[in-house]
Design a protein around this ligand. Structure first.
Ligand code: SAH
Ligand code: SF4
Ligand code: F3S
Length: 441
């Protein structure tokens, strides 16, 4: 038996791809290990969304160099978005790496690894030569005994937001066949999964015309009908593709969790236009209103970039106002980071590093205030929680999530792991809620 260590950086789509890698390499005799020192094959699944993410990959590669010096048979393979972008350059820079494979060549990985095992050598396979589009795998069971699972339903992105590397490293949108998605959902639920998250950089532009037409709302309805599935989520939605029909799914489908991640990026129309987001502040706010009309307690989270080229103090204030107005339940915020090859790389990055930091901390302080006051509203209520396991920081507590995606730590019997239980919320914190399992009468 050979040992395979996989390190995943970046988004959940990379997590899904890492499970594909593990599955594809199992027939070659590779079994997963958590210990990179004893591994025969190390795969890094990388992310290049911001400079910092890319930096993490190179520092990890630096740390792996001594392992290769100790064991020359060790194979180090780098996949994911940095690999897709850098290709040959990465192989040239990192002499201890044997294989660079792109996001479009995951399915070719077993063949490449076999070749290296047999006769050594160093290779790049980023799928360009044959213009290979990822053939999605057939449905497969990747449940590792968890109550939650991810399913990628659409690859790539056509939106070309001016700052974003994703369309450049993941290619154009390709929707997976609805039939395979439904099969995978069934297989996962049969093996104990209670909650499924449908994944894509822009899930709501999903479109499968292989067997009649299935758009995203139609797919949601079909997946929601999976026998035994208790919770359904999806991420990420582009505001421009959030249709009335999709909004009404929050009312229509009882298994659909009352949470949506709806990245706004900026609150100023001028910046939104330069970002090529294809919606205005007014249109975005209108959709938020509609969501709240259909599902009054829907939890809304977002992504925000501060310091986009040309963002004035006045533009930034508009983002702050928007955050105050929407009162997001959660947000991820980032300083703009120039990505080579994107449109914004040609803009003058005129907001200083110091100013970006100031804006980021102002925004995050405001968001913290909002989160804490919203979490406080949960004290004294009871919430339905899918129990994921024992808390990592306190063995005496169980941990899980509400349908609105809040983390709840609570005291209760470990037999509750994997179940959906009612929890009385006793205390709110910044990043979680505390509670006690409600006793059924
Ligand atoms: N597909 C999703 C998000 C993809 S990346 C969407 O359309 O929203 C996740 C987040 O990273 C983005 O929403 C954006 O806020 C941030 N991001 C992407 N590129 C960035 C860059 N160059 N600099 C800073 N943040 C960036
Ligand atoms: Fe990037 Fe925009 Fe596509 Fe999201 S929608 S992945 S931010 S280009
Ligand atoms: Fe990162 Fe690639 Fe995902 S750039 S965010 S791993 S699609």
């Amino acid at each position: 038996m050979k040992r395979l260590y996989i390190k995943t950086f970046g988004c959940q789509m990379n997590e899904y791809d890492s499970m594909r890698v593990a599955r594809l390499l199992a027939p070659l005799g590779y079994e997963m290990t958590d210990d990179k020192c004893g591994a025969d094959l190390i795969v890094l699944n990388t992310c290049s969304i911001r400079q910092k993410a890319e930096g993490k990959v190179y520092s990890m590669l630096g740390r792996l160099r001594p392992l290769k010096q100790e064991n020359e048979n060790l194979i180090i393979a780098v996949g994911g978005c940095v690999a897709q972008q850098e290709g040959k350059k990465l192989l040239g820079r990192m002499r201890h790496v044997s294989l660079v494979f792109g996001t479009k060549s995951v399915s070719n990985l077993p063949a490449m690894i076999k070749k290296i095992e047999r006769s050594g050598g160093r290779y790049v396979d980023t799928g360009e030569a044959e213009h290979r589009e990822t053939a999605f795998d057939d449905a497969f069971d990747h449940n590792k005994g968890d109550s939650k699972a991810l399913i990628t339903i659409i690859e790539g992105c056509n939106n070309f937001c001016a700052y974003c590397i994703v369309p450049h490293v993941r290619g154009r949108e390709r929707s997976r066949r609805a039939h395979d998605i439904l099969d995978e959902a069934r297989v996962l639920v049969r093996s104990g999964v209670k909650e499924i998250t449908l994944l894509g950089q822009n899930v709501n532009s999903y479109h499968d015309s292989s067997n009649g037409t299935t758009d995203f709302p139609a797919l949601l309805r079909k997946v929601a009908a999976t026998n035994g599935l208790e919770r359904l989520r999806f991420v990420t939605s582009h505001p421009k593709d959030l249709t009335d029909e999709l909004i009404s799914c929050f009312k229509e489908l009882p298994t659909l969790c009352n949470h949506i991640h709806l990245p706004v990026q900026a609150g100023s129309d001028r910046v939104l236009e330069r970002m090529n987001r294809k919606y205005t502040r007014g249109e975005y706010l209108n959709k938020v209103d509609k969501l709240r009309k259909v599902c009054h307690n829907i939890s809304i989270s977002t992504d925000i970039i501060v310091g986009f080229p040309g963002e004035s103090r006045d533009d930034f204030n508009k983002t702050m106002e928007l955050v105050r107005e929407v009162e997001y339940d959660h947000s991820y915020s980032f300083k703009f980071s120039t990505r080579a090859g994107t449109k914004a790389a040609g803009f003058d990055d005129d907001v200083s590093g110091a100013e970006k930091s100031v804006r980021l901390s102002e925004l995050q302080a405001l968001q913290k205030e909002i989160i804490f006051s919203k979490n406080k509203e949960f004290e004294g209520t009871s919430a339905s929680v899918l129990v994921e396991g024992v808390s990592k920081t306190n063995e005496e507590l169980l941990t899980g999530r509400t349908t609105c995606n809040r983390i709840v730590n609570f005291s209760g019997d470990s037999a509750l792991v994997g179940k959906i239980v009612n929890v009385n919320i006793t205390k709110a914190f910044m990043n979680s809620l505390r509670g006690e399992a409600a006793v059924d009468h």
